[in-house]
Design a protein around this ligand. Structure first.
Ligand code: GDP
Ligand code: FO1
Ligand code: CA
Length: 322
């Protein structure tokens, strides 16, 4: 079976680890990763969501933190601080730095991000084909108003430095309109037997991937069923501040509202099926009324096995709607 998933960072990566555990070695997973979170720091290109997927599936992730490397040390960061060079609010560890150095070096030599990602994955062997959504630079920016007045900040500054504590007035994927899907992205969607939307952030992870011209259209037109899993459980994000960015696009923080936001394929939207957590079972009828087959199952990724069970539920729902 060929499965194609769109994925952000932690939510996407953890789901993919469960999905991989639920499948057989003959199954093929292609991951289309969000690169809107990418940031240039110290002259280096940092791709947080691609790295989170690569490290999580490759066994190198800092488990509790969810991002960055296990057994990390911070000498470079301390030295940068001694020079008075920031940003102090973004923690790049020594091991992680090596990834960004290799990536930046290869990009400078002329390789596209997709080829660089493949080279990095040669080391990590994530067991999936990891494709960036685009080889072109796309950067998510957030418009805010704070003590410094109205301004636009990089998504990482909004998320990590400001903890999304100020209202996001608008979210813009800068560069998306002229970006092209990376090689293999549209084919992976068109040729899939199943397209999955993991419980990733619907706005700044999956939403950003869908802003690359051609990707939303490819998902809407896929011959395979499209099934998603809610990142919202009991009316709140399980982790992070997705409520803040959902509000920015006028979507209520609920499992049903996110499903309606993606829309039913019969109405030109993206979803054939949607899984909500058992605590949101009351949303099932509402989602079904919107034309999306919906089931309530446990959606907390408390272990790889619990996550594999979620993936099995998604496969079962796909078989029903497909
Ligand atoms: P990010 O790029 O690191 O923010 O990660 P993603 O965009 O891939 O996923 C973020 C989303 O994962 C958040 O909105 C969380 O609510 C969701 N999430 C995290 N853990 C869980 C979980 O155990 N279950 C579900 N259903 N969602 C989760
Ligand atoms: N998240 C944080 O909350 N604080 C950090 O200092 C931080 C550093 C960092 C470095 C590399 C990397 O790949 C990810 C990192 N993240 C950090 C996570 C990440 O930036 C965000 O969680 C996601 O981009 C949000 O979607
Ligand atoms: Ca992210």
């Amino acid at each position: 079976m060929r499965i194609t998933a769109l994925a952000g960072g932690i939510g996407g990566a953890r789901f993919l680890r469960g999905l991989r555990a639920a499948l057989t070695p003959e199954d093929r997973i292609t991951v289309i990763g969000n690169t809107g979170d990418d940031i240039h720091l110290y002259g280096l290109k940092v791709c947080p969501d691609l790295d989170t997927v690569m490290y999580t599936l490759g066994g190198g992730i800092h488990e509790e933190q969810g991002w960055g490397r296990t057994d990390e040390t911070w000498s470079v960061k301390e030295e940068m601080k001694a020079y008075g060079v920031g940003p102090e609010w973004f923690g790049l560890g020594d091991r992680d730095f090596a990834t960004h150095i290799v990536r930046t070096q290869m990009l400078a030599a002329g390789y596209p991000l997709s080829a660089v990602t493949e080279a990095l994955c040669d080391r990590w062997q994530p067991g999936v084909r990891l494709l960036p959504m685009s080889d072109d630079r796309v950067e998510t920016h957030v418009r805010i108003t704070d003590a410094d007045g109205p301004r636009v900040v990089h998504f990482q500054e909004y998320w990590v430095r400001l903890h999304a504590a100020v209202e996001a007035e608008a979210i813009v994927a800068v560069g998306a309109e002229s970006a092209k899907p990376a090689p293999g992205v549209l084919e992976a969607i068109a040729e899939a037997d199943l397209v999955l939307l993991p419980p990733s952030n619907p706005v700044v992870s999956i939403g950003t991937i869908l802003t690359v011209p051609g990707i939303r259209e490819a998902v809407a037109a896929a011959t395979a069923p499209v099934v998603g899993l809610s990142p919202i459980v009991g009316g709140a994000p399980v982790r992070g501040m997705a409520d803040k960015v959902l509000a920015a696009v006028g979507v209520e923080t609920s499992a049903a509202a996110v499903a309606r936001h993606y829309g039913a394929r019969r109405d030109g939207g993206l979803l054939d099926g949607w899984l909500v957590d058992t605590s949101d079972a009351a949303a099932v009828d509402e989602v079904a009324t919107a034309g999306i087959a919906c089931r309530a199952v446990p959606l907390l990724m408390s272990s790889v096995e619990a996550t594999a069970e979620m993936a099995r539920a998604a496969l079962a729902l796909a078989a029903e709607v497909g």
